[in-house]
Ligand binder design. Structure first.
Ligand SMILES: Cc1ncc(COP(=O)(O)OP(=O)(O)O)c(N)n1
Ligand SMILES: Cc1ncsc1CCOP(=O)(O)O
Ligand SMILES: [Mg+2]
Length: 214
């Protein structure tokens, strides 16, 4: 059973990133996605190995995913690292191809920013069906230029109603958003700055989890 309520997406690539990921996992983040768009595959693999090892040491139940790169997730798993899958964007490798590479047990997430994306994902079956959807942005965020209108709080109940898949809200999610978002039916919130930018990432993660209303 995956605890989706707090899903950390990392930033940066050094020891502070690894420490923040481990602290958030120890505080109860159920998923950690290693996201480092500036790294080429070899360096991303090294970061993934470091994060996966640190997260497994502090919170063995936390799932570790790789942003975009099913090949890097596969390489990490071949090295024996506790890496559970990949988060794919709409233009990345198809979900079924990622599953073919990573194996049937892999966790494969998909970005579904629009209601149409959510409906399209919901219609999928078998290996083509993702395990969860990341949907946003809640609001515009400096972390990523998403290039589509924000979902807003009112947009999430529509997305949740359109799918049986867990929906994860992302994009400028702050501690103050967690309680109202938790009432929309989403499975979890994904954050970068709220935890990675905090002086104490573990405390920031714990605060987000405490704010959940159900
Ligand atoms: C949980 C989650 N949801 C959405 C995204 C965004 O993915 P994508 O659209 O592929 O953009 P990048 O993160 O790759 O810049 C995500 N990473 N995680
Ligand atoms: C990766 C991603 N995809 C949509 S918004 C976003 C970034 C979210 O970052 P933050 O939590 O700092 O707004
Ligand atoms: Mg992507």
């Amino acid at each position: 059973m995956i605890d989706w309520r707090l899903y950390l997406v990392t930033s940066g690539d050094g020891p502070a990133t690894v420490r923040a990921a481990a602290a958030a996992a120890a505080a109860g983040a159920g998923v950690v996605q290693v996201r480092a768009k500036h790294l080429l595959a070899g360096d991303l693999l090294e970061l993934v190995l470091d994060v996966a090892s640190a997260v497994a040491d502090s919170a063995p139940g936390t799932r570790v995913l790789v942003n975009d790169r099913a090949d890097v997730a596969h390489a990490a798993r071949r090295r024996g690292a506790p890496v559970h899958g990949v988060h794919l964007g709409q233009a990345d490798l198809p979900v079924a191809e990622a599953r073919a590479l990573l194996g049937a047990d892999a966790l494969v997430g998909l970005t579904a920013g629009t209601l149409e994306h959510v409906r399209e994902a919901e219609a999928r079956t078998g290996a083509h069906r993702p395990d969860y959807l990341g949907s946003g942005p809640l609001r515009p965020t400096p972390t990523k230029d998403v290039g589509r209108p924000p979902v807003g709080l009112a947009g999430y109940p529509l997305r949740v109603a359109a799918t049986q898949l867990p929906v994860i809200a992302i994009g400028d999610v702050t501690l103050a958003d967690v309680a109202p978002l938790s009432r929309t039916g989403i499975a979890g919130v994904a954050v970068v700055r709220e935890v990675m930018g905090a002086a104490d990432p573990g405390a920031a993660a714990a605060a987000c989890l405490s704010a959940w209303l159900r």
